[in-house]
Design a protein around this ligand. Structure first.
Ligand SMILES: [Zn+2]
Length: 406
């Protein structure tokens, strides 16, 4: 089937080159008029109108056979240009262009009105407009359209890149497990107390600015069936240290838990008095924090609340091995078996939080056992002589999801 233009004496390419050199590339209402005018004087009215109307984006009046083959070739380009013409046609009529054009490209929106104003003034001054002026005007508009079309994706890419660049900056709390309670100028009261931690050192800033801090008052958790924590604890060599903030027990490798398909190695455990976390508002006499770290350095801290009751053999073993001096590790005389510390019922509550001591890094998986262990009043009194109060106040939950294992 022959192309419609093959039969047309005013072949489109030839016609455009001869009479309407800008038409193939762009459609502007001014050009419609110019071409129509030219066409009229050359008495080529009927065939030209069909071409001009179509290539300039308005609905064709006639020549149905040429229609289907022309439109698909010209439309994609014209749509964009037509939109531009509509936007700019209004300011042209008025003396002052409105700044509303293209608010999404801010940097260009400022520069644009001036360029339009110049062009418009030029267009108004000369009437009728010569072909060379028209071409110049169109070239100017074309350049604007192209720069906008080119600029838009660049803006998007930039913003996406910015987000992507920031996201990895917030990494896991790595390398902190061994120094969960590092020596530092902080304490639990007065000028260096929890309310001032964030300003004591730049690296403590998260203690003040963090949004997922610990401890929290654990309440309103969603009741769900949680995967049981798989404990792989063994009698282990240990060393006890009074690090200035708590009594801490450092452990030889080999004690692990698996939770949510992730394996964590137990590195140390330590004590707080009273308990830092609360369960439905209830604060316990003490809490033991068992700090685990996975292969990527992410922390999972298992909390075993301690209520006053029957004496605890493991607690007693730790007290028995207390070093005489602070900041000095005391090797344990025997091995320690952490399974002794675990409650009979292993249901737990879990949420995402932070270290409860400076630098308060977040991204910590908290696993709080619901059933408390017990220690005797005498055992607690021994710790109280060293640390009568070493618990950070509860922090805002701030809408965090808490899962309450049934
Ligand atoms: Zn702790």
């Amino acid at each position: 089937m022959p192309h419609p233009f093959d039969r047309d004496p005013f072949d489109s390419a030839l016609f455009r080159r001869a009479w309407c050199p800008l038409a193939p590339r762009h459609a502007l209402s001014a050009l419609v008029l110019a071409c129509a005018g030219l066409a009229g004087t050359l008495t080529l009215l009927a065939p030209m109108r069909a071409l001009a109307a179509d290539s300039h984006g308005s609905e064709p009046a006639a020549s149905g056979s040429a229609e289907p083959s022309i439109r698909p070739r010209l439309k994609p380009d014209l749509k964009a240009v037509r939109g531009e013409v509509k936007n700019e046609a209004k300011p042209e009529a008025k003396a002052e262009p409105k700044p509303e054009a293209k608010p999404e490209v801010k940097s260009e929106a400022k520069a644009e009105p001036k360029a339009d104003a110049k062009a418009d003034a030029k267009a108004d001054a000369k009437s009728p407009m010569s072909m060379s002026d028209l071409r110049e005007l169109l070239d100017q508009k074309i350049a604007e359209v192209r720069s906008k079309q080119g600029a838009a994706p660049a803006v998007k890419v930039q913003s996406r890149g910015g987000k992507g660049g920031r996201a990895p900056a917030r990494g896991p709390a790595s390398g902190e497990a061994a120094a969960a309670h590092p020596q530092g100028p902080w304490s639990y009261s007065g000028e260096t107390g929890p309310a001032h931690w964030a300003r004591l050192k730049p690296e403590f800033s998260q203690c003040g600015s963090g949004q997922r801090q610990s401890p929290i008052d654990i309440r309103d958790g969603i009741p769900v069936e949680l995967d049981p924590i798989a404990f792989d604890y063994h009698p282990s060599a240990f060393r006890v240290i009074d690090n200035g903030h708590t009594v801490q027990v450092n452990l030889a490798p080999g004690n692990r838990i698996t939770v949510n398909g992730r394996r964590y190695e137990l590195t140390q455990f330590h004590f707080h008095r009273p308990s830092e976390e609360r369960l439905n508002g209830k604060q316990f006499d003490m809490v033991v924090h068992l700090e685990h770290k996975d292969i990527e350095g992410k922390l999972a801290i298992l909390a075993v609340l301690v209520a006053e009751g029957k004496g605890h053999p493991l607690v007693q073993q730790v007290w028995n091995n207390l070093p005489l001096e602070k900041f000095t590790e005391q090797p344990g005389l025997a091995t320690i078996d952490l399974t002794q510390l675990l409650p009979e019922q292993r249901q737990y509550v879990t949420y995402m939080g932070s270290q409860t001591t400076p630098p308060c890094h977040e991204g910590v998986l908290w696993l709080v056992m619901k059933q408390p262990a017990t220690a005797s009043a005498e055992q607690m009194a021994i710790f109280a002589r060293l640390y009568p109060m070493n618990a950070r106040p509860v922090q805002p939950t701030a809408g965090r999801l808490i899962k309450d294992g049934q």
